[in-house]
Ligand binder design. Structure first.
Ligand SMILES: [Zn+2]
Length: 354
């Protein structure tokens, strides 16, 4: 039944023209205008929020920031020193380069000081030309040296050009060199770390970030088991890494990565898993057995995406999109920000076992 009170703009809710229609044009236009203004205001607020989050993160903000970017099934992490120097570890998955590029744009990044390629697979250096053409490389590009036979590698070689430098074990990049607390990035192993292998994953360059009492390790797709053509590189490299707070989980938490020796020596508090079941090739990462080893060792994990493998366990695993780790020079804690605004705080290791 149609009631008179339900009349609106000359048409009642039953769709029948009302007896005394109000002028049509003005109220509808006014209503549209009001809606338009409200929508514009909401969009503006969202943009302001995003910009303020980006500015808070994107520039040197007195803290060490490591942004583990959601790039799909692959790796890319941007380190920003407290004074604003930048290092990009890997750059994303070939054909899905909009993900790292737009994230770095949101941060307000102009250039990249250093690039570090862990190894030459297309889920790690797949966006070299796309990223470096938008954010030019200022200083050097470190990698494991040698060559690799793929179109993606050729593009990488061209993109880094004369700035390319083979990393040497024991070498360090120093950021904020005039600061009381510089950031050191130490290359602790590469090309198998003394173990003979030709598996590209196992040749990964392993970097340890040192900032005051905070440490993090980023070692690409290293293996920890002698299976198929994989080799246990982790057990040898672990002692060179020592105890850390944050571990970029090797090989997207494949079943060949993250062995118990590695976990008992490196003792990460937090593991970052960069994987996807839908963007890039689905390798069913993270795997259940890798996760179980991490959980057993008391490691809380943060995933960039749900992945194509095991289901996250709410007590241990957080699926958080872009994961941002921050550490401050005089604090005994570090933080992990996920899904833009959720923040977890962890204590640093009191004393380091080296
Ligand atoms: Zn990979």
């Amino acid at each position: 039944m149609c009631e008179k009170g339900a009349e609106r703009g000359g048409t009642n809710w039953c769709g029948v023209a009302a007896r005394q229609p109000r002028p049509l044009a003005l109220p509808i236009r006014d209503e549209l205008k009001t809606t338009e203004v409200v929508v514009k205001k909401i969009i503006l607020i969202i943009i302001q929020l995003l910009v303020s989050v980006s500015i808070a993160f994107g520039q040197g903000n007195g803290k060490l920031q490591i942004h583990f970017i959601d790039v799909g099934q692959g790796d890319a992490a941007l380190l920003i020193s407290p004074k604003g120097e930048t290092v990009l570890f890997d750059n994303g998955v070939a054909k899905f380069c909009n993900m790292p590029v737009s994230y770095l744009q949101q941060l307000g990044l102009g250039e990249i000081d250093y690039h570090i390629a862990t190894h030459y697979h297309d889920d790690h250096i797949g966006c070299s030309s796309e990223v470096l053409s938008v954010f030019p490389l200022k200083k050097q590009a470190f990698d494991r040296g040698y060559t690799y036979s793929s179109g993606v590698y050729t593009k990488y070689e061209k993109a880094v050009g004369a700035k390319r430098k083979k990393a040497t074990q024991g070498d360090k990049i120093v950021l904020d060199s005039t600061s009381e607390t510089p950031v050191y990035i130490e290359f602790v192993a590469l090309n198998g770390g003394g173990i003979n292998t030709s598996n590209e994953n196992d040749l990964s360059l392993v970097s340890v970030v040192h900032y005051g009492k905070f440490d993090a390790v980023i070692g690409g797709d290293l293996s920890g088991f002698d299976e198929n053509d994989y080799k246990d590189i982790e057990s040898t490299v672990a002692n060179k890494v020592g105890q850390v707070e944050v571990y970029k989980v090797h090989h997207h938490c494949s079943s060949y990565s993250t062995n118990d020796t590695w976990l008992s020596v490196v003792k990460p508090k937090v593991g970052i898993i960069s994987a996807s079941g839908t963007i890039g090739r689905n390798h069913n990462h993270p795997t259940q057995n890798c996760l179980e080893r991490l959980h057993k060792a008391g490691v809380k994990t943060y995933w960039t995406e749900i992945g194509g493998g095991a289901t996250p366990e709410p007590a241990w695993d957080v699926v958080g999109g872009n994961i941002v780790v921050e550490a401050e020079p005089n604090k005994d804690t570090f933080t992990v920000v996920y899904n833009w605004s959720n923040k977890d705080t962890y204590p640093l290791w009191e004393t380091k076992e080296q």
